[in-house]
Design a protein around this ligand. Structure first.
Ligand code: PLP
Length: 391
């Protein structure tokens, strides 16, 4: 018998459709200079000291004296200590055991679902949001309740007045760029503790936060230790989308049905996973060192320069937008009541700029559009010059 839940998955319509319409346009208009502001991936090169840490680790394996075999499934001590020190910067104390190292959090967010019963959990899903949470919940046959993110709630829905089992929170959010304040985070933690729910907290954009009121970890809220799991990636932070490294924090105080969720996660990982590569864990250690953070943050500052180029035009045109301050994404309302795909075609056909239709991130994304700051300063400036003239 196959897992029939897979039939509920949508095809990866969004990005294949963007690619199809873009390449069709290029074929018909080969001379038109296209600029892509739809990129959801980093583009700046690795900081040399971080790349060297990976290279040096590989070098060690060439010599008998420094060769290594299998590492610990849950991560080398040096890598877990690097994460522990990193959280210390935010005055958060973690036990080394609470930290597991992996190959990026796409995998961990998908794999953590193994420790929850399939087919019986009620999952709260903000909409629009990163599509992974919906896809894995569908695969597991969970019941999904969508929480509408809209202008009235600043794209940050508050906890509902009914119970649930699992809650996905992504802050700063992809695609909307909206980030939870301390009070909003506290409200979710209180809700989860009250209902014995578990928050799965995707912290991929933490380094982009600039507002002092937006915590850098859900564990800034002390009561989160009894209700939250946090996922943190180096992909957007240090440009590791290709290198692959990330970590997950499951607090010891998180217990359901008398069972430690950390214990279950450790059992899951030590059974189904043989550990992250030594080289990428050395890369993680370097990226989380004070020098590595300073180097990697230069790339984040580069992307942040593009924010103003985009938001200046939107503000001048009186177009509603959110995001940008705490994230590489700007989420805007399509002008003149256009749908997401209408606005996509309008920009592509008139100014040769490619963005991402908001409806691709969920039903409530209809009528919105995502622009990203991951292109070069020059290309972003040129794209916004064209959009400014068009609108
Ligand atoms: C990019 C991204 C991820 C994936 O992170 P990896 O560590 O590269 O697997 C997870 N969550 C969100 C919201 C992202 O945008």
């Amino acid at each position: 018998m196959i897992n029939k839940n897979y039939a509920k998955l949508e095809e990866n319509y969004l990005f294949t459709e963007i690619a199809r319409r873009t390449s069709e346009f290029i074929k018909a208009n080969p001379e038109k200079p296209i600029i892509k502001l739809g990129i959801g991936d980093v583009t700046r090169p690795l900081a040399p000291m971080i790349a060297d840490a990976v290279i040096n680790a590989m070098e060690e394996l060439k010599h008998a004296e420094t060769f290594r075999g299998y590492g610990p499934e849950l991560g080398y001590k040096f890598a877990r200590e690097a994460v522990q020190r990193y959280y210390k910067n935010y005055n958060i104390d973690l036990d080394l055991d609470e930290i597991t190292i992996g190959d990026g959090i796409g995998e961990d967010i998908a794999n953590i679902t193994d420790i929850f019963e399939k087919g019986t959990c009620t999952v709260l899903l903000p909409d629009p949001v990163y599509p992974l949470y919906k896809a894995t919940s569908l695969m597991d046959g969970q019941k999904i309740i969508y929480l509408e993110c809209n202008e009235a709630n600043n794209f940050l829905p508050a906890p509902p007045d009914f119970p649930s089992d699992l809650i996905y929170l992504c802050s700063p959010n992809n695609p909307t760029g909206a980030a939870l304040s301390r009070a909003q985070m506290q409200a979710w933690v209180d809700y989860a503790n009250k209902h014995n729910a578990v928050i799965l907290y995707d912290n991929a954009y933490e380094r982009f936060i600039t507002d002092a009121d937006c915590p850098h970890s859900i564990f800034s809220i002390p009561e989160a230790r009894t209700c939250a799991i946090e996922f943190n990636s180096l992909s957007k932070t240090a440009g590791f989308t290709c290198v692959r490294s990330g970590y997950t924090v499951v607090p010891k105080d998180l217990v359901r049905d008398g069972v430690s969720l950390l214990r279950l996660w450790q059992q899951r990982q030590t059974t189904k996973y043989n550990g992250a590569p030594y080289m990428t864990q050395r890369g993680l250690e370097a990226a989380l060192s004070p020098e590595g953070l300073a180097e990697a943050d230069k790339n984040i500052q580069y992307y942040k320069r593009n924010v103003k180029l985009i938001t200046d035009v939107l503000e001048a045109k009186g177009i509603f937008y959110t995001g940008g301050h705490n994230s590489p994404y700007i989420w805007l309302k399509c002008p003149n009541g256009m749908t997401s795909w209408e606005f996509f075609d309008y920009l592509l056909n008139n100014v040769y700029v490619v963005g991402t239709p908001g409806v691709g991130f969920g039903e409530y994304g209809e009528g919105y559009f995502r622009l990203t700051t991951f292109n070069t300063y020059e290309n972003t400036a040129e794209a916004m010059r064209r959009i400014n003239e068009l609108l």
